[in-house]
Ligand binder design. Sequence first.
Ligand SMILES: [Zn+2]
Ligand SMILES: [Zn+2]
Ligand SMILES: [Zn+2]
Ligand SMILES: [Zn+2]
Length: 209
Amino acid sequence: MVSVSNGDCRICGVKLGKTAMKNHVLKKHADEANGEVCGLFKIEGAYNKNYWLLVDVAIDKPLSVLDSFLRQIWLECCEHLSAFRVGNSEIEKNRKISSLPIGAIFTHEYDFGSTTELLITIVAGVRRPKQRDAVRLLARNTPPVRTCVKCGASATQICTECMYDSENPFFCDACCEEHNEIHECALPAVNSPRMGVCGYDGEHDVWDI
Ligand SMILES: [Zn+2]
Ligand SMILES: [Zn+2]
Ligand SMILES: [Zn+2]
Ligand SMILES: [Zn+2]
């Protein structure tokens, strides 16, 4: 798979790798005098860390705001259940961000059938200009470049049958239509660790670029 671990800063546009981006955000975008106190969160696909986000979340908000945000940007297909966990114990969604220690590492599971699991780290305490949204996207992995396995054109679809046993399960629209005769189960090729799962099509992802 093509490496997609580089990302884009959503504040100033700089492109950097994951760790360099974290340092960039801390140095350039996390120290607003008298700003709103937030936690800086790193969020990664548990089984594909090339999908990653950096967000800040106001500490007076509950964890549920992060659940809603993750559903929008990466997860929601048909309103499955979800949970935050440390090890096997669930963290209630009404827990305030302020009650979680810096350095905490926990998981988020969406859909207890075809589960998408995320790994979440609270990286630091930060300050940002006051704003309406509880969760602000600071940086995100650059959309992966995918080419059609048949013709090499830019791919738009993933075959959800081929994705488990083919090196390249991606197709352009035209080749996907032909491939329908073999496997009739394509979904949009999107920038999310839930790509190809259940009916996920990325329709709520307004941060897509
Ligand atoms: Zn920046
Ligand atoms: Zn679903
Ligand atoms: Zn094609
Ligand atoms: Zn297929």
